[in-house]
Design a protein around this ligand. Structure first.
Ligand code: AMP
Ligand code: MG
Length: 409
């Protein structure tokens, strides 16, 4: 049995980005940029008005209020031909190029139009007021985005600005999801005696999706060598294969036998984690394989703790580890295991602190307790009791970040 951190290290050591693909900027949010990006233009391309107002020479308004002669109107989208001379002003709209001769803009609210030919500038302004200088944001030829950056909507704005309609990102891994067990039936069926519905497949499918990788449904494999081998062999055509069930000590836990037959090299098969001890990691020719425990909470937890950093690394993320934060425990908690305990908790934010409330759980099959949690309390194996008010490490799941958790539900 190996410590959780060691399991993560072993899996990450086998992982590298699997390549790149060129994708439209409509679809790249949340991925990692696989190329440097250079600007093809200056932004702004010329001195630009940041306000609707009047453009003039600064030296003309030092004694404001003053009247200036209006010599032109400059809307956005045209390059002005007018030249602003001494004692003159041009009406200008936001985003329009500042005309030759003008160096300063006063906003329309601080002016008074006398007639078509005359405007009164009511207040003086500093030199260059409301003029965005040519290339002050970005310069033609400049490297504006760097390989390895996370693509956000704001980054997509930069891509659009510099004329990139598509961009190279680290490729989305394909992740096969195979669930095993003679007892499993599909969701629409009413389980007969001895049967249960497959829930793991759906949980894992959506966890993979949350990582923005591409999940592929491989269905249910029964606990017999032939059919299991066939399904696993198919799974080995993917970048990652997740298998749930069949990896503990039961007579019909056959997954590791199939790995041996198919040349999957097993690098560990027990991890010091609760829930999730019977966890296998192996490498096929071009595939990383996770044998996850069958119990629903265990399978999902091992995915979150060990497989997720692997997916992130494959997708080009430099920071692959989920941050462990500190929360204050809201009630006494007893850890009933000597293994590293990932206990379901509800974490919320209160007066600048994170507060962790343990969720009472019947264990690794308690899908309901798990569904009520948005985080794990991570309790080291030696720590059996934690008192209310003490600090506890927490691993926040995406659910936490998706809603701003100010108080208990
Ligand atoms: P196993 O690891 O195959 O021994 O399975 C451990 C427990 O998890 C058993 O009670 C299984 O019935 C249950 N289990 C296995 N696969 C699934 C699944 N896909 N969905 C829900 N429960 C499962
Ligand atoms: Mg089984």
């Amino acid at each position: 049995m190996i410590p959780v951190q060691k399991a993560i290290e072993i899996a990450l050591a086998e992982t590298s980005p699997i390549g790149t693909e060129t994708v439209s900027i409509f679809d790249v949010n949340g991925f990692v940029l696989a190329q440097d990006v250079y600007s093809d233009i200056d932004i702004p391309p010329w001195d630009k008005s940041a306000m609707d107002g009047y453009a003039f020479k600064h030296s003309d308004v030092t004694d404001a209020p003053v009247e200036l002669r209006v010599v032109g109107f400059i809307p956005a989208g045209v390059y002005p031909e007018v030249r602003v001379g001494k004692g003159e002003a041009a009406k200008i709209m936001t985003g329009a190029p500042v005309p030759e001769g003008a160096d300063t803009i006063q906003m329309v609210e601080k002016t008074q139009s006398i007639n078509k030919e005359k405007v009164k500038i009511l207040e003086g302004v500093i030199l260059g007021n409301h003029v965005a200088k040519k290339a002050e944001v970005l310069r033609s030829g400049e490297k504006v985005l760097t390989k390895g950056m996370l693509i956000s909507p704001a980054v997509i704005g930069v891509l659009a600005t510099v004329g990139k309609r598509e961009v190279e990102i680290f490729r989305r891994p394909t992740v096969g999801i195979l669930v095993t067990g003679d007892e499993l039936v599909e969701v629409p069926q009413t389980p007969r005696a001895g049967q249960i519905r497959n829930s793991n497949g759906y949980v894992l499918f959506n966890q993979v999706r949350e990582c923005r990788a591409t999940p592929e449904w491989l269905g249910i494999a029964p606990d017999n060598l032939d059919q299991l081998s066939e399904k696993i062999a198919h799974g080995l055509t993917k970048d990652i294969l997740l298998i749930s069930g069949g990896v503990s000590m039961g007579d019909l836990d056959l997954v590791e036998d199939v790995f041996a037959n198919l040349g999957v090299k097993v690098l560990y098969d027990k991890v010091d984690i609760k829930p999730g001890k019977p966890s296998v990691f192996g490498t096929g020719k071009d595939t990383l394989v996770f044998g996850l425990p069958g119990n629903p909470v265990s399978a999902s937890t091992v995915f979150e703790v060990i497989a997720k950093p692997v997916l992130r690394k494959m997708m080009g993320f430099e920071q692959v580890h989920s941050p462990k934060l500190t929360a204050i425990l809201s009630e006494d908690f007893r850890s009933k295991t000597k293994r590293a305990n990932y206990a379901p908790a509800w974490v919320h934010y209160q007066q600048n602190s994170l507060i962790a409330t343990p969720i009472a759980s019947k264990g690794s099959a308690d899908v309901l307790a798990f569904a009520k949690s948005n985080a794990y309390m991570v309790i080291p194996g030696h720590q059996m009791k934690i008192k209310k008010g003490q600090e506890v490490d927490v691993l926040l799941r995406d659910e936490f970040w998706r809603t701003c958790q100010q108080s208990m539900i």
